[in-house]
Design a protein around this ligand. Structure first.
Ligand code: ARG
Length: 588
């Protein structure tokens, strides 16, 4: 289905043509003066010069041509040459009726669907998930769902940090504590135990301890580097230990991502490409892309037009070790090879901007990608505390994601348990559902690139631009619908009718804007556009609800018309929150 605005513009274009002007002047936009009209067209002013005629005169002729229009209930020419417009309720009703019948509410799908690899999540092995990783997962998951809904193919890859120094640190700390572990016996040739020599809880504590020690103790640090090298170069015992770290860590990560309703297609990591590195390095050298600089191997990525500093992309350190860049470039090569995608999209915090610029330039220069391959980096801002500084626990530590989720759920539980309407078990489950919406909506409703302040009180509130408010609106609709059924009403039979009140028409107009909102979110990779849309939609619904006697309406057909409108509102809202990555409870 075409977007409502496009249909309206077409009608306007026809009128311009009929009055003897260029049809392209009929472009309509939402009104700047909602008190006067719903839409406006400035084409008469745009055409005045070309036709050497007063804009108001042109506008008058166009308005005349629209006298019998099926689309507009009002077309007024206003000085100096505006066309102020209102759409007919019957036209809007027909549009929504089609939307209800169509798949995906008539969303226009692209001619050619694209294939993307989406690199998000980015968890690091052996470190618990912190709030910093929440944004990548939450925004990425929504971007993935939006792209898919709009007809594209998306392969989501968590791209774990599983190959660097942290692994060596953990192994070093294990060695300190248990030097007799068979993994460290280089003469051992037997099978290694299946059980890891540590628990998930222990693993969590190993890394911070080791990291702290390595900053204070040079010898410790040197051992950690050696252990990292041993893992990477494939020393048996070290590899086996690393496998344990990976497995225990991934299990824990999966649990956490599940709580966030985030799901990856691929659980790959930096380590998955390490075997590709030697051939990639060879290729870069052979083709003359890479050269030595102070012992390291680098690719220059500076361009004439650069105004900022653009350091070369380092491929190998002077000791021959691979870097974050190296694994990212090899991963690009691997992805091109395995999936031949139209684009690769990355979600990381804003601080990695220069880094990705270097990597992308290097990938293009060395022809790891095709000239037309899209490489897109989406940088997101920091989640801050109320003090405006990066979010911390009460005692100043880094907040674990688990703790944040628990605390949000507890706060939600306090809020809904208070009204005592739900049995305890259901209240707990419901608090979990609303809690997730509070967290995710609180994050996604901000433009991703901006920092935002995590405000528990605000995010969990049932009023204002929040997840709970959206869910509350959905639950309210569900409750009206089930009462209607209890009264003997049949939802399947409910037919839309032309709106009869201002608030009913406003709600209808918001519903009609669905396609534009979703398409916009997809083109801009911007979940916040969906949030802004459903906030407007929920507001329009609540105004309608407060101004209308729905279930007590005596005219059955009229009542059924209201119900049909609510059904569509519920479906659109539920579809949108699905795109954001959370769901709604049946009641609250
Ligand atoms: N593990 C990285 C970090 O914590 C994020 C990985 C992002 N993806 C990538 N392909 N570099 O910063």
């Amino acid at each position: 289905m075409k977007k409502l605005l496009d249909l309206i513009s077409e009608e306007m274009g026809k009128a311009f043509a009929e009055a003897g002007y260029d049809a392209s002047l009929g472009k309509v936009s939402p009104s700047n003066r909602p008190d006067l009209c719903e839409y406006q067209c400035n084409g008469a002013m745009a055409g005045a010069k070309q036709y050497k005629k007063a804009p108001l005169a042109i506008a008058g002729e166009v308005a005349e041509a629209l006298k019998e229009s099926e689309v507009f209930s009002q077309v007024t020419a206003a000085a100096p040459g505006f066309l102020n417009l209102k759409v007919k309720e019957s036209f809007l009703c027909e549009y929504l009726t089609e939307m209800r019948k169509a798949e995906k509410f008539g969303l226009e799908l692209p001619q050619k669907s694209k294939k993307y690899v989406l690199d998000y999540g980015g968890a690091n092995i052996a470190k618990p998930l912190h709030v910093g990783h929440m944004r990548s997962a939450v925004i990425g998951e929504s971007v993935k769902r939006i792209l898919r809904y709009c007809g594209h193919e998306v392969i989501g890859d968590v791209h774990m940090g599983d190959w660097g120094q942290p692994m060596g640190l953990v192994v070093t700390e294990l060695q300190e504590r248990h030097p007799d572990l068979v993994y460290f016996d280089e003469s051992y040739t037997g099978e290694y135990p299946e059980e890891a020599p540590f628990t998930a809880a222990e693993l969590e504590e190993l890394y911070p301890t080791a990291s702290k020690k390595s900053k204070e103790d040079e010898a410790y640090k040197a051992r950690a580097m050696e252990n990292t090298f041993k893992i990477q170069s494939g020393v048996r015992g070290h590899r086996a230990l690393w496998q344990h770290i990976l497995r225990v860590s991934v299990e824990d990560l999966k649990k956490n991502y599940k709580r966030l309703n985030v799901e990856f297609d691929l659980w790959k990591g930096e380590s998955d490409v390490h075997e590709l590195i030697p051939s990639m390095v060879e290729y870069m050298k052979k083709e003359g892309y890479a050269h030595e600089s102070e012992g390291a191997l680098v690719v220059d990525v500076k361009e004439e037009s650069d105004t900022k500093e653009m350091p070369p992309c380092m491929i190998l350190k002077s000791d021959g070790a691979a870097l974050y860049n190296t694994t990212d470039l090899a991963t690009i090569m691997d992805r091109m090879d395995k999936f031949d995608p139209d684009g690769i999209l990355y979600l990381t915090d804003k601080r990695q901007e220069l880094y990705f610029e270097q990597v992308f330039r290097c990938a293009r220069k060395t022809k790891l990608v095709k000239p037309e391959t899209e490489l897109v980096w989406m940088g997101f801002g920091t989640m801050n505390g109320k003090d405006g500084k990066p979010f911390k626990t009460r005692d100043g530590g880094v907040m674990r994601l688990e703790t944040l989720i628990d605390e949000t759920n507890e706060e939600m539980y306090r809020k809904i348990a208070g009204n005592g309407e739900l049995p305890e078990e259901e209240a707990k489950e419901t608090a979990r559902v609303i809690g997730l919406a509070a967290l995710k909506y609180g994050d996604l409703s901000n433009q991703a690139s901006k920092d935002y302040i995590f405000d528990m009180e605000k995010f969990t509130s049932f009023e204002g631009d929040t997840g709970p408010y959206i869910l509350y609106s959905i639950v309210r609709i569900k409750s009206i619908l089930s009462k209607y059924k209890e009264q003997g009403g049949r939802l399947e039979n409910a037919l839309l009718r032309p709106a009869q009140s201002g608030s009913e028409k406003d709600l209808a107009m918001e519903l009609a804007a669905f396609g534009a909102a979703v398409r916009g979110a997809c083109e801009e990779l911007a979940p916040h556009r969906i949030c802004a849309y459903i906030y407007d939609l929920a507001n329009a619904f609540n105004r309608f609800y407060h101004e209308t006697r729905i279930l007590t309406e005596a005219d059955e057909e009229k009542k059924a018309g209201f119900i049909a409108l609510l059904l569509l509102t519920r479906d659109v809202l539920e579809t949108c929150i699905e795109l954001l990555g959370f769901g709604a409870p049946e009641r609250m």
